[in-house]
Design a protein around this ligand. Structure first.
Ligand code: GLU
Length: 452
């Protein structure tokens, strides 16, 4: 098989959209599965949207997800070297493009949708913006390797797009196709939004190199709120997910499954595993749904794959209180099973730092709870502070009163933790210490007593 070379070609316009991460990981896997090369190309020739920090952010993001590139190109540097000017001039001299001097305003007034043939196309101008000369009455088609179908256009419906602006800056149409050819890209993988521009690109590719890379358009990601995922309404940026404490490996696994599926329904993929199993026939034709539940499930899974020591380091940035490493090491394993995202750490561990607010509705039977808690204080105030001593003594007391074990521990749980769903109770009391645990139980007895 010929060498596979794919590219990820983001514009540095701010944060990384989750759809872009998906494009990047698919392009990476397509290349690496075939021992090919993954190219990072920064498409920064649109000066209006330029963000100088953007290139660093893109690199950092890719590195976070392990998507290491083999070659890096920056289009603004290539523009300075005159590469796009040269290809634009070649297209003009070959008769496939022409100079245009229509003021941008006039073109707008004319409207792209009704006037598809540019007034300057036959004026023989020798300077100005460069536009594509679109042939009349032709069919232009390609086979989309993601959608696995042939897509065609009638050239009479294709407008004469600007390739090089009068200020010498190339448009995406020219810069991307020039580079895809010069960089020997074998597969163009990109978002569905680019589909309407594809006939323009096919013409440019044919005219410039008479060679077309394979082209594939990824499906749109749908929001659970309906319609396409939208940055105005949905959370869509990788940085925002990472800040909430989604792990990179969970987010990556999640996007891998947004539009691609293996034959055997496997759901857990590390990057290496995905590269190994990648097969373009796994691309889905239907638009995938962004499911928070699935993302949360994956994140919980990857959190539980961490050792306690790793997890302690990961939760540290989310801890609000001033807490010693020893205390953190005691608490973290107790909530590991219930942690969905790292930013949940403060709400799950608040009970270790301050006494809970008590709520009478959490106690099933307040009078019985007073009896339970009274027994608990009797035993706990004289018990050695070990798991075994605490539990053996309490069990003996429960048995002698003939209480239900579950009822007793629920009373104690609510008194100590202020909630019915908590970390393991004895372990929690061990971390809180004997004095604090007893204070909380006595407070609860008083609270219940005052309810009268
Ligand atoms: N710069 C384009 C974008 O960020 C790249 C599209 C492509 O992959 O060709 O959308």
């Amino acid at each position: 098989m010929a060498l596979i070379r794919t590219r990820f070609a983001p514009s540095p316009t701010g944060q990384m959209h989750i759809g872009n991460l998906r494009t990047a990981v698919y392009a990476y896997a397509l290349a690496k599965h075939n021992s090919g090369q993954f190219i990072l190309r920064i498409e920064d020739t649109d000066q209006k949207r330029y963000d100088p920090q953007g290139i660093t952010d893109i690199k950092n993001n890719l590195t976070t997800f392990g998507l290491n590139w083999d070659e890096l190109y920056i289009q603004s540097e290539r523009k300075k070297a005159g590469i796009y000017q040269q290809t634009a001039e070649k297209l003009v001299s070959d008769g496939h493009a022409f100079y245009c001097r229509c003021p941008a305003k006039n073109v707008k007034q004319a409207g792209y949708s009704t006037i598809l043939r540019d007034p300057c196309r036959d004026r023989g101008l020798t300077s100005g913006a460069v536009k594509l000369r679109v042939p009349d009455n032709q069919q232009i088609s390609y086979h989309d390797f993601v959608l696995d179908k042939v897509v065609s256009w009638d050239t009479n419906t294709v407008y004469e797009a600007t390739l090089l602006k009068s200020d010498g800056f190339p448009t995406y149409h020219l810069a991307a196709m020039t580079d895809d050819l010069l960089m020997q890209i074998s597969h163009i993988l990109r978002g569905h939004d680019w589909m309407p521009s594809t006939p323009i690109h096919l013409l440019v590719l044919d005219y410039l190199g008479n060679r077309r890379p394979e082209i594939g358009h990824l499906t749109d990601i749908l929001s659970s709120k309906g319609g396409k995922l939208s940055k105005r309404r949905d959370s869509v940026f990788c940085e925002a997910f990472l800040e909430l404490g989604y792990l990179p490996e969970a987010l990556l696994n999640f996007v891998i499954l947004l539009g691609w599926a293996p034959k055997d329904n496997q759901e857990l993929f590390t990057l290496e595993e995905f590269v190994r199993k990648f097969d373009p026939s796994g691309f889905q034709k239907a638009n995938p749904l962004f499911s928070d539940t699935k993302l949360n499930w994956l994140n919980g899974y990857y959190i539980r794959q961490k050792t306690d020591t790793q997890l302690i380091q990961l939760v540290k940035p989310f801890v609000k209180q001033d807490v010693t490493d020893t205390k953190l090491a005691q608490i973290t394993p107790l909530i590991k099973d219930r942690l969905v995202k790292l930013s949940d750490f403060p709400s799950l561990t608040g009970l270790f730092f301050s006494p809970p607010d008590l709520d009478k509705n959490l106690f099933d039977q307040p009078d019985l709870a007073i009896e339970h808690l009274t027994l608990a204080t009797e035993h706990l105030s004289s018990s050695p502070w070990t798991k075994e001593a605490i539990e053996t003594g309490l069990m003996a007391g429960i048995k002698s009163h003939g209480w239900k074990v579950g009822d007793f521990f629920m009373s104690l749980r609510v008194a100590v933790c202020g909630s019915r769903a908590t970390p393991p109770l004895t372990e929690t009391m061990l971390v809180l210490g004997q004095s604090e645990s007893l204070t909380r139980i006595r407070n609860a007895i008083n609270f219940l007593g005052q309810l009268g």
